[in-house]
Design a protein around this ligand. Structure first.
Ligand code: C5P
Length: 207
């Protein structure tokens, strides 16, 4: 929907911190999968949650660098394969409760832009401003395609469309923190609008 780009720009112009919660779910899922811990393995998930530290830094290039226990995993978690894995682990309550602590700990002065599906409903229900972005599935797939291609990922548009539709279905139908807008969120359809316009609109809402 453009949430990453929007979040980045708002954080940059205001000098605020940024939380990319999707990257956190991706990093957790990637690590669990690498260690052979299945989503259903409640005990294994608990141990991994206690042992795992995440860190996020902005590199000189402006890209976010994600580390799990000191090990850089940024590029490995970006692809759609890891998005699917993240969606599977994200449906497990023990995973969500572990990651919620980390997310809340990122609330820092002078401000935080938090990007993710349950920011306004579950993680920061008292947020000053909640924005829920939507975009047509075709446009979201095209944006993801451009983004992944620019990072040299081997993707096809048709496959991405199918994968994104599948992931949406899984995220919207899960029992915990399903993908829904908070009742007090401002809904913005980004399909036919330029990012600069949306940044201005959100900036206006914050002033
Ligand atoms: O936003 P992104 O594509 O990086 O998120 C990957 C997956 O992580 C989502 O499909 C979703 O299942 C999960 N997620 C979540 N809650 C968040 C952020 C991501 O469940 N706040």
């Amino acid at each position: 929907t453009g949430k990453g780009t929007l979040g980045n720009q708002i954080a940059k112009t205001r000098g605020w911190h940024l939380l990319d919660s999707g990257a956190l779910y991706r990093a957790f899922a990637f690590t669990a999968n690498q260690r052979g811990i299945a989503p259903a393995d409640i005990q294994g998930i608990g141990v991994l949650g206690r042992e795992t530290e995440f860190s996020f830094d902005i590199a000189a290039s402006g890209e976010v660098e994600i580390r799990v226990n000191g090990r850089e995993v940024s590029m490995r978690v970006r692809g759609e394969g890891c998005g699917r894995l993240a969606s599977m682990y994200a449906a497990i309550p023990a995973v969500r409760s572990r990651l919620i602590e980390h997310q809340r700990s990122r609330r820092q002065d002078p401000g935080l832009v938090a990007d993710g599906r349950d920011m306004g409903t579950v993680v920061f229900p008292d947020a000053t401003l909640k924005i829920f972005l939507t975009a047509s599935p075709e446009i979201r797939a095209q944006r993801r395609y451009n983004q992944l291609k620019s990072k040299d990922f081997d993707v096809t548009l048709r496959r991405l469309e199918a994968e994104i539709a599948e992931r949406d279905k899984q995220d919207a139908s899960r029992m915990v923190a399903p993908l829904v807008a908070a009742s007090d969120a401002v809904v913005i359809d980004t399909s036919r609008r330029r990012i600069g316009e949306i940044v201005e609109e959100v900036d206006g809402l914050l002033s």
